[in-house]
Structures are given as structure tokens and as C-alpha cells.
Design a protein around this ligand. Structure first.
Ligand SMILES: Nc1ncnc2c1ncn2[C@@H]1O[C@H](COP(=O)(O)OP(=O)(O)O)[C@@H](O)[C@H]1O
Ligand SMILES: [Mg+2]
Length: 259
């Protein structure tokens, strides 16, 4: 299943242009980290680990690199998110109290329940109002990283493929222009497709795909950097684990059979 040594030579870059995710094993797969002020798509099937992976990027940003973060939650209520990631020892509430993290609740209004959150997107499917909310929040907490989890519910609302492309492009460009390095998640049904509506990966600078595939009687987790504009990156599929401390990627191992 796994190959031994990996033969790729990926040129590592240091400096302020690289944003380290701090996710064990990941940064060395893409030359030392993500490129600053760019937007990346994290795609995968339900349960693949998209939310946890991208929250680890935000959490590490604050706790390891002093870069504050914004999480836009469209699918899970902030309360659920806080509770879920506490299992990894990530105390989001503490960071929110210190004004290092803001979670924008773009979920409650959508499903018609009241929200007690500090940051609420009252019109969750209006990209313009969401962008305004992000801009205000970014100024308030001086954020450098953001997560939009997920683009799929926004896209379902917009329905039309051309509209999805334009609106998500507006969103990703706004995030970049205001100085945020961001991840946007995308839920796929078919793992051979990097996005749900076939356009999300066109409006982002990179695509990270998380696989959760069945092999005989077990499911295996693996990931691939499908695209990363402006950077050298691994072209292989690497196994990862979700441990009690979060994601651990094995950059020197390769999955060559995903049947
Ligand atoms: N503490 C944990 N230890 C190991 N695996 C976990 C833990 N918590 C969650 N998981 C795994 O993470 C999966 C959910 O990850 P999540 O990021 O919410 O997926 P997605 O956003 O892609 O739907 C769960 O199905 C479970 O397999
Ligand atoms: Mg999720």
C-alpha cells in the first residue's frame, strides 16, 4: 500500500511570503507553506476531515505564528465547532475571548434559529453582505487567516454554475485583497472530482483534496495537493491520520493504490 522513500525534490522557501500551516507533514509538501494572501480549496467527501484540517490551519496560525483568524461557519453552528475541536485540545473560546479569533455564524439564520453569537451573518447567502461582515471583522481583530466552511451550501443556494463561479471569485479575491490567507472547503460526492460544481477549483489558487477511501475492509485517509499556483508541490498522494492532536500527514510515504 505504501511506498517507502519518496523521490520528489521540492524546493523549500522561507520568508514572509510563505504561510506555514503548522500541520505536521504538510508544509514540506508545498515548498514550506501556502503562499501569503492566496485562497485555497480544501475538498473531500463528507467526513473526510475538511473542517478539522482547515481549523487546524486557523488554530496554529493564532497559537504558533501570531496570525489571528476568522472562521465563517455556514454548515455547523459555532457552538458545535467549538465542541468538536475541543477533542483535539483546541480551545477556540479562549482565543475568541482574547480577540484573536472570530467565528461568524452564517448557519443559524439559514436554518431559522436565533443566534447568541457575537458575529452573525444575517443574510447568509448574500455574498456582498458576507464580504462586508468579513471586512469589518478583519479590521476588528486584525486577522491574517480565514476559513469559509463551506462553499457548498453557498453554491447550492446560487445553483447556477456561472453565478457560483462569479460569486466565489468575488469572495476569494476579496479575502486576498484585504490580506487574508484563506481556506475554503468544498464537499464532493465523487472523489475523482476536485469540486462539487466544477468551478470552485478555478477561483482558488490551490486545491487540496482529502480522500477517505475504502481498501478491502478498511477506510484509508490520504491527501493530495491537486494544484498550487506559483509554487512547487508534491504530485503524490500521501497518507494522513487524524490523531488526538489533530492531523498528521506522512510526507515521505506514498499511497499508490487507492482502489
Ligand atoms: N478526536 C478524533 N480522533 C480521530 N478522528 C476524529 C476525531 N474527531 C473526528 N475525527 C474524524 O474526523 C471526521 C470528521 O472530520 P470533519 O473535518 O468534520 O469532516 P468534513 O468536514 O470533511 O465532513 C470524523 O468522521 C472522524 O472520522
Ligand atoms: Mg465539515
Amino acid at each position: 500500500m505504501f511506498d517507502g522513500a519518496i523521490s520528489e525534490e521540492i524546493k523549500m522557501e522561507e520568508g514572509p511570503n510563505r504561510v506555514r500551516t503548522g500541520i505536521p507533514g504538510f508544509d514540506e509538501l508545498c515548498g514550506g507553506g501556502l503562499i501569503r494572501d492566496r485562497t485555497y480549496l480544501v475538498s473531500g467527501t463528507s467526513g473526510a476531515g475538511k473542517t478539522n484540517f482547515s481549523i487546524q490551519f486557523i488554530y496554529n496560525g493564532i497559537t504558533k505564528y501570531g496570525e489571528n483568524g476568522i472562521i465563517v461557519a455556514t454548515e455547523e453552528r459555532p457552538e458545535q465547532i467549538r465542541e468538536n475541536v475541543l477533542k483535539f485540545g483546541w480551545n477556540l473560546e479562549e482565543l475568541e475571548d482574547e480577540n484573536k479569533l472570530a467565528i461568524i455564524d452564517a448557519c443559524s439564520t439559514k436554518i431559522g434559529i436565533p443566534s447568541q453569537e457575537k458575529y452573525v451573518d444575517i443574510r447568509p447567502f448574500d455574498i456582498r453582505s458576507l464580504m462586508d461582515q468579513i471586512i469589518t471583522t478583519q479590521e476588528e481583530i486584525n486577522a491574517r487567516r480565514a476559513l469559509v466552511d463551506s462553499t457548498t451550501s453557498i453554491s447550492f443556494y446560487l445553483q447556477d454554475q456561472a453565478k457560483i463561479r462569479v460569486e466565489l471569485l468575488k469572495l476569494s479575491t476579496t479575502l486576498e485583497v484585504i490580506g487574508l490567507t484563506s481556506m475554503m472547503t468544498c464537499e464532493v460526492i465523487d472523489e475523482s472530482m476536485p469540486s462539487r460544481f466544477g468551478v470552485e477549483n478555478f477561483v482558488t489558487d490551490g486545491t487540496i483534496v482529502l480522500y477517505y477511501k475504502r481498501h478491502e475492509n478498511v477506510r484509508m485517509r490520504s491527501m493530495e495537493i491537486y494544484k498550487m499556483r506559483g509554487s512547487d508541490h508534491s504530485k503524490k498522494i500521501h497518507p494522513y491520520e487524524i490523531t488526538p492532536d489533530g492531523f498528521v500527514i506522512h510526507p515521505h510515504e506514498e499511497v499508490y493504490s487507492t482502489v
